[in-house]
Write a protein that binds this ligand. Structure first.
Ligand code: HEM
Length: 121
């Protein structure tokens, strides 16, 4: 299923450009932009691209930081922040013209990280 998402995007270069679009939206966003204030966005986009190449079955090993551990040093990532990223992701996938089926697959995949990423007081 995840491979069909990559097939529609078409190349590693286009995947990186799509993720760059998402991360620039996130950085400019009034609700979640502050998370990226002291971050090297290009490095984050590369790391995210590496993660998704693995998820989409294009590489066989992932040696980056797993999402479950990647957010520990950040300010508490709350439910609303997580939802906002999903909105920006959906917007990005729509802008890139992905099919509704592939948009739904990607959004469901990210949603599955909610419990692992959202801060519980
Ligand atoms: C509102 C939601 C999110 C925000 C604001 C956010 C923000 C960030 C930031 C600022 C970092 C860098 C952390 C550091 O270097 O200390 C990071 C790392 C990372 N995030 Fe997220 N994130 C969000 C959700 C997600 C989701 C849903 C996923 C995956 C499904 C994800 C995957 C990753 C990964 C894999 C890294 C590690 C990158 C590396 O290897 O350096 N993030 N995130």
């Amino acid at each position: 299923m995840m491979k069909s998402v990559f097939a529609e995007i078409g190349s590693k270069e286009r995947l990186r450009a799509l993720l760059a679009g998402l991360y620039h939206k996130m950085q400019a966003d009034p609700m979640i932009g502050f998370f990226f204030m002291h971050q090297d966005l290009d490095k984050l986009i590369d790391a995210q691209c590496h993660f998704y190449l693995f998820i989409f079955g294009q590489i066989t090993t992932f040696d980056g930081t797993p999402p479950i551990h990647a957010h520990k040093k950040l300010p508490p990532l709350l439910e609303g922040h997580f939802n906002r990223r999903l909105v920006l992701l959906q917007e990005t996938l729509r802008e890139w013209g992905l099919s509704h089926a592939n948009q739904a697959i990607w959004v469901a995949f990210e949603s599955s990280f909610r419990d692992a990423i959202v801060h519980h007081a």
